[in-house]
Design a binder for this molecule. Structure first.
Ligand code: SAM
Length: 233
């Protein structure tokens, strides 16, 4: 990773694409929690700004951007309901992107990973509100906030699409965006992953979503795709 230079800036520079001298591309976000690396990612300084390298093998949103996601709906100042925060790898980059004017409601039910998430990420970043609950019980966190700009879901469950739809119906603005990671093997191990993804996209269409793009995450994640959809309200 020698001689990195900025290749492209997205969304007012809230995340950037870098290129090195062998034309390898890297993503990075401007670090909101200075000098803190969350999952072993490299910290770099360019033009006096500190960035964290955003690893596509660790974060499916980074993988989708490198696989040509046309629009990342998570921007500076966005409000995001994030289902499946885990230890906070992707949430930390989303937190960098939305910045101090944005907010992330980060839902995670597993006590084992939530502890690391709280210690390492959520307690250090003011724009993250952790919700230690199961996203199936979406009505239980009704009191937290009003409507959000984006629902991001990465929960690897057989009923992942239904859970995302229920959360969107309760919390997503009309015209807001859903980004859902489909782990096809959690739904059907035998069916062709492309067919599984198409079936999940159809469920979204039946529930008033317009599909904007489907991105296959190979080679970063096998049998995973990302669906970007717009909620018509
Ligand atoms: N999004 C994370 C990232 O990129 O850093 C990785 C998420 S990991 C693939 C899936 C997470 O979803 C796990 O931490 C799991 O505990 C959580 N999860 C599973 N079922 C869930 C549910 N019903 N509601 C909320 N989270 C759930």
């Amino acid at each position: 990773m020698n001689h990195l230079s900025i290749y492209k800036k997205f969304d007012n520079g809230s995340f950037i694409m870098l290129i090195d001298n062998s034309k390898e591309r890297y993503l990075a976000t401007q670090n909101l929690d200075l000098q803190k690396s969350v999952y072993g990612e490299k910290i770099i300084k360019l033009e006096d700004v500190e960035y964290r390298i955003w690893e596509p093998f660790r974060s499916k949103l980074a993988a989708a951007i490198l696989r040509n996601l046309e629009e990342n709906p998570i921007k500076e100042s966005s409000s995001v309901l994030y289902l499946g925060a885990s230890t906070g790898t992707t949430v930390s980059h989303v937190s960098d992107i939305v910045g101090s004017k944005g907010v992330i409601f980060a839902v995670e039910p597993s006590a084992r990973v939530a502890r690391e998430f709280l210690e390492n990420v959520a307690s250090r970043r003011k724009n993250i509100i952790p919700i230690l609950m199961d996203a199936r019980n979406y009505l239980q966190y009704y009191s937290y906030y009003g409507l959000v700009d984006v629902v991001y879901s990465d929960i690897a469950q057989p009923d992942q699409t239904e859970i995302a739809i229920n959360n969107c119906k309760s919390y997503l603005k009309g015209g807001g965006h859903l980004v859902i990671i489909i782990k096809t093997r959690s739904i059907d191990v035998l069916m062709d992953p492309k067919v599984v993804t198409k079936n999940e996209a159809k469920k979204l269409e039946k529930n008033n979503f317009e599909i904007l793009q489907i991105v296959d995450l190979e080679p970063f994640d096998k049998d995973h795709s990302l669906i970007h959809a717009k909620y018509m309200g």
